[in-house]
Design a binder for this molecule. Structure first.
Ligand SMILES: Cc1cc2nc3c(=O)[nH]c(=O)nc-3n(C[C@H](O)[C@H](O)[C@H](O)COP(=O)(O)OP(=O)(O)OC[C@H]3O[C@@H](n4cnc5c(N)ncnc54)[C@H](O)[C@@H]3O)c2cc1C
Length: 433
């Protein structure tokens, strides 16, 4: 295989870390007691912490690594306003009570408005670009399904979407791979690590205590309080929020067995020759497709590189091996990228739930906001904010995402079956063509 890597390629370093490096200096002393302890310092934990601290509640965010280590600085930076309401992870059609599906979509549109508003009013400099999205249909049937869902999506999720037939596809993306697709107006892109930086600074300004490089290793009831064991000592808390998403570990076994952590891999190219970026993405939209194993891609905010994400390999592999698998997928979609080299490659963990919908709520007395299902930039900041308000007594409605996390009697938290399911889904995707 030709050399697809740039000379100074460093594996495992997210491109976004050129703009914000995870902070290892935020390591406040662990107090003996706090009102609310939050496990996980990503978008979810920080938004919840901000609301609580602003309400005068003593809040401690405990982060196992440096602040900014998790998915919140590793993602593709696509900001969407609709969650999945179609099928569960196993492909079963999801069942709803009358009006429930519409209400879920309406609230996901609210999540989009809320992050849009947060970025604007909070003056968070994160390269927010409201360019919209193109969702490429992998098969003619997917195109028809997208078309059939259009009225629901526009009326309730406020997507401002329209169908783009295959013959007009190149107006938005230089590819012939898709059978047309859906053009979504209400969708944006950000630099995710700069968004993270803004949320981190906001939570610090509001007085949240940030205990980085501190891992929670156990959680137990102690009278009316919680006792959190950590590798830096014990902390007592009146309330606990689990905001660990795809990085959830055995410290919280009752929630871990409801979450399926899945690696997603990203590559970023070297700077493209003059004119190529605008030729490939004439309207600079974020792109994803309708495969079971999805790809997502976009231009970087400076418009000079392509970021391409998806699933490289299903077995444990190095960033280099994942990049080698992603590269041909990228070139299959955008053949003009053949010969362009990779400058960055990294991975991160996405949390899937069995019903493919994000959840917020309380289980066995522990609060949680978990299960981004790959669209957490808007959803997890929204659910973190909601949870913070709820605990502070300031939420004036009950979220549609507030419901028990579904589990499966045969799943205890170790997703050993993922390589098998992944290859099976890939097979179905090929068959679908
Ligand atoms: C490669 C990739 C691409 C993605 N692309 C997109 C996209 O384009 N658009 C979109 O909307 N979403 C995307 N997502 C999803 C999005 O990034 C996540 O939904 C979001 O960042 C989740 O935020 P969070 O705060 O819940 O979790 P995270 O940011 O993952 O933070 C969780 C933190 O919990 C900490 N933790 C775990 N266990 C413990 C413990 N025991 N003690 C202390 N700390 C602990 C971890 O160290 C971690 O830092 C993507 C995700 C990945 C990985």
């Amino acid at each position: 295989m030709e050399n697809i890597f740039l000379e100074d390629f460093t594996p495992d370093k997210p491109y976004w870390w050129e703009f914000f490096q995870p902070r290892d200096d935020l390591r406040a002393d662990l107090p003996l007691h706090t009102d609310v302890a939050i496990i996980g310092g990503g978008y979810t934990g920080l938004t919840a912490a901000h609301v609580l601290a602003e309400s005068g509640i003593d809040v401690t965010v405990i982060e196992a690594q440096e602040f900014g280590f998790g998915a919140s600085t590793r993602n593709g930076g696509g900001v969407g306003g609709a969650v999945n309401v179609g099928k569960s992870l196993s492909g079963r059609r999801l069942q709803y009570r009358t009006g429930e599906r519409e209400a879920i979509l309406a609230e996901s549109a609210q999540a989009f408005r809320s992050i849009e508003n947060l970025v604007e009013t909070g003056n968070i400099a994160c390269d927010w670009q409201s360019n919209g999205r193109f969702i490429g249909a992998w098969t003619p049937k997917h195109f028809r399904d997208q078309e059939a869902s259009l009225p629901l999506m526009n009326e309730h999720a406020d997507l401002g979407a329209e169908m783009l037939p295959r013959e007009r596809q190149r107006e938005h993306l230089q590819t012939d791979l898709y059978h047309g697709g859906m053009l979504v107006k209400r969708s944006a892109t950000v630099n995710p690590s700069l968004l993270y930086k803004g949320l981190l600074e906001r939570s610090m300004a509001s007085g949240a205590r940030l205990c980085g490089r501190t891992r929670v290793t156990g959680l137990a009831r102690s009278g009316s309080r919680w006792e959190l064991s950590t590798d830096r000592g014990v902390l007592k808390a009146d309330k606990v929020i689990v905001a660990a998403n795809g990085y959830i570990d055995p410290a919280v076994p009752m929630l871990r067995k409801k979450i399926i952590p899945v690696f997603s891999n990203i590559i970023v190219t070297e700077e493209l020759p003059d004119g190529l970026a605008s030729h490939l993405f004439p309207t600079n939209r974020y792109v994803n497709d309708t495969l079971r194993i999805r790809s997502y891609y976009r231009l970087t905010p400076d418009g000079k590189r392509v970021l391409f994400g998806g699933r490289g390999r299903f077995s444990t592999a190095s960033a280099i091996d994942h990049a080698r698998s992603l590269y041909p997928m990228m070139v299959q979609r955008l053949p003009d990228l053949k010969g362009i080299r990779i400058a960055y490659a990294w991975s991160g963990r996405i949390a899937f739930t069995l019903d493919s919908v994000p959840h917020v709520g309380e289980q066995d007395g522990v609060h949680f906001a978990l299960g981004c299902n790959g669209s957490g930039v808007a959803m997890m900041t929204y659910l973190g904010d909601y949870l913070g308000k709820k605990i502070a007594g300031k939420a004036n409605y009950v979220s549609r995402f507030e419901r028990p996390l579904p589990g499966h009697p045969l799943y205890g938290g170790n997703p050993w079956f993922l390589p098998l399911i992944g290859r099976y889904f890939q097979f179905l995707d090929r068959l679908g063509r």
